[in-house]
Design a protein around this ligand. Structure first.
Ligand SMILES: [Zn+2]
Ligand SMILES: [Zn+2]
Ligand SMILES: [Zn+2]
Length: 150
């Protein structure tokens, strides 16, 4: 059961047209298709190959890879490395999200920065280390898998 700090609110990515115009980029038909695949499932984490599979009939794979990198460079999409050589793409969120990766079912969920409370302060005082702005990836067992037991 998600607590108050779980990321249970809806994330609605901006429409492609406005977004690309705001970034001074041309919205080609292929870029629109790729953006819409990401935006359709804003809380899913799609690999480049997932995006290729979803756009196979409309965009060639090399354009998918190039466009995903462009979206990341422009700050429109976020690429996250979730271990085991898995890199995932999602629309950039307007606020910071950390990733929770279930080691049993591989599901990835979000948790907001405020759920980590004073982690940064604790790390700083324990190790003299200042956490940066990057998001964190935490591995463990999700609520569903824990409920199933084992
Ligand atoms: Zn959120
Ligand atoms: Zn994410
Ligand atoms: Zn799980």
């Amino acid at each position: 059961v998600p607590g108050p700090q779980a990321d249970d609110h809806a994330h609605v990515p901006p429409r492609a047209g406005e977004l690309f115009r705001a970034h001074g980029r041309r919205l080609t038909a292929q870029r629109r298709v790729i953006w819409e695949v990401l935006a359709e499932e804003p809380d899913r984490h799609l690999s480049a190959d997932d995006v290729v599979a979803r756009t196979r009939d409309r965009v060639d794979p090399s354009t998918v890879y190039r466009t995903l990198e462009l979206l990341v460079e422009e700050g429109l999409a976020r690429r996250t490395d979730l271990g085991d050589d898995r890199a995932y793409y999602e629309p950039a969120h307007e606020h910071r999200h950390h990733h929770l990766v279930c080691e049993r079912c591989c599901r990835v969920t979000h948790v907001h920065d405020d759920a980590l409370a004073d982690l940064g302060t604790r790390v700083a005082s324990a190790a003299g280390f200042t956490l940066g702005e990057r998001e964190l990836t935490l591995f463990g067992v999700c609520g569903d898998c824990r409920a199933r037991g084992g």
